[in-house]
Design a protein around this ligand. Structure first.
Ligand SMILES: O=C(O)CCC(=O)C(=O)O
Length: 267
């Protein structure tokens, strides 16, 4: 599969991220390809439960290298680089990190909302919620979550909700599962992506339909972050050997991660 960069989509998404703090890019892969990937993800046994009815299917690259296509999609990577890649041109007093190593993959997991699930809690992704709450959050993201919709994303089946503009508030949302003023559902079709930097307030919604809602979350960090939480699962050396070069470049740091979790995993 040779996915091409869509420069117009990159510009439109970056404008939306600037204005609203999130972006939707429709139809980056076909509905049929999305359906096949949903089937593969659903067959993986590596699961971590979250709130009732929600679970993460973790370390998908180890389950099947087919997910490398999503991790490496050039349109998604171009948007992520703009958000967290940093400078590309050196200055006399500031070097530029090599462009090909500016971003790295933290994890590639499926996020499944089962029928009858409850709402999640409003949050911003780590490490924002773990920073000193007496201080303002940074005004730049440290993690960018690119969520690939493999099923439709609707109000009824648990589309992620966001509060547009919340990244300007530079604080963690209230600890609630209730609707927040200004919230909206990030609705779109299978094969689309929703991009949520970890400065934007968001939450998983309840699923009142009879089918799973399935997304693949590819979370990226800048080169200066290695492992964000101890329970990020690394690609195995065997998986690494099978990955295309662009995904090897995004995951090579994971080869140094151990699996020796000393604390309860975070979900
Ligand atoms: O599954 C969802 O809709 C949201 C997931 C989420 O909040 C997260 O991955 O941080």
């Amino acid at each position: 599969m040779n996915d091409k960069i869509d420069q117009n989509a990159v510009e439109t998404a970056c404008q939306s991220l600037d204005d609203l703090g999130y972006a939707i890019v429709p139809d980056l892969i076909s509905v049929e390809d999305a359906r096949k990937l949903a089937e593969i993800a659903s067959a993986s046994p590596n699961r971590l439960p979250g709130h009732r009815g929600w679970e993460a299917v973790v370390a998908l690259l180890n389950h099947d290298p087919a997910f490398a296509r999503l991790v490496a999609h050039p349109t998604a990577l171009a948007i992520v680089r703009r958000l967290i890649g940093g400078r590309t041109i050196p200055a006399p007093n500031a070097f530029a990190w090599p462009e090909e190593d500016q971003i790295r993959l933290m994890n590639c997991d499926a996020l499944v909302v089962h029928p009858g699930s409850e709402s999640g809690w409003w949050h911003v992704d780590p490490p924002m919620g773990q920073l000193n709450p007496a201080r303002s959050l940074p005004d730049f993201p440290i993690v960018v979550n690119v969520m690939w919709m493999l099923t439709p994303y609707t109000k009824e089946n648990g589309a992620t909700r966001v509060v547009p503009g919340s990244y300007r508030l530079r604080r963690v949302p209230p600890a609630t599962r209730e609707p927040l003023d200004g919230e909206l559902h990030a609705c779109c079709g299978p094969g689309s992506i929703v991009i949520i930097p970890n400065t934007t307030w968001h939450v998983a919604s309840p699923n009142s339909t009879s089918e799973d809602r399935i997304a693949i979350a590819c979370a990226y960090v800048p080169w200066w972050v290695n492992r964000l939480t101890p329970d990020c699962y690394p690609v195995t050396p065997e998986t690494y050997e099978k990955l295309p070069p662009v995904v090897q470049a995004l995951t090579k740091h994971q080869l140094n991660w151990n699996m020796d979790f000393k604390n309860a995993v975070t979900t």
